[in-house]
Design a protein around this ligand. Structure first.
Ligand SMILES: [Zn+2]
Length: 156
């Protein structure tokens, strides 16, 4: 995929605003202020397993959200996708987790009991798991995820 020289979107679609504003608000509380807000728009992503995508541009980062995926998602899943992509695009985080200040990688979507990257209930310890989490995981560990997603954030 080639880097974008121009924005595809003129702003963030209102559909995403509740979620993105929440992310920015919580980031500010943690002292994270982005130089540039990340625009988010709808597109059709060919890969059916992909719900969203962060485009790292030369001058800006911009998020694509798959329209079909969004339509069939509940509000937890929607929040998950927007938070996940903003953590890529806004914080420069890769797929992985930070536990006690230490980074770990998620190389695939397999779950490992006993791994530092997972809780005992097999919920991943980060929204930066490479897959949308079960809503039950998101609800159960909500506070943890909100905290973890701003760990080692390098604001764009
Ligand atoms: Zn991702």
């Amino acid at each position: 995929m080639s880097q974008r020289i121009f924005h595809h979107y003129s702003g963030t679609d209102p559909e995403f605003k509740d979620y993105s504003e929440t992310w920015y608000f919580m980031g500010k509380i943690k002292g994270i202020n982005l130089k540039n807000n990340v625009r988010i728009g709808f597109t059709n992503i060919k890969d059916r397993n992909v719900a969203g995508y962060c485009n790292y541009g030369l001058f800006f980062n911009e998020i694509d959200i798959d329209r079909a995926h969004w339509k069939q998602s509940n509000s937890w899943e929607k929040m998950n996708v927007v938070f996940h992509e903003l953590t890529h695009c806004g914080c420069g985080r890769d797929h992985g987790y930070v536990v006690n200040g230490e980074k770990g990688e998620y190389l695939d979507t397999r779950k490992h009991l006993g791994s530092r990257g997972f809780f005992n209930d097999l919920c991943p310890k980060s929204l930066m798991f490479p897959q949308v989490l079960d809503s039950s995981c998101f609800q159960t560990h909500f506070e943890w995820y909100i905290d973890e997603m701003f760990e080692q954030c390098k604001p764009n």
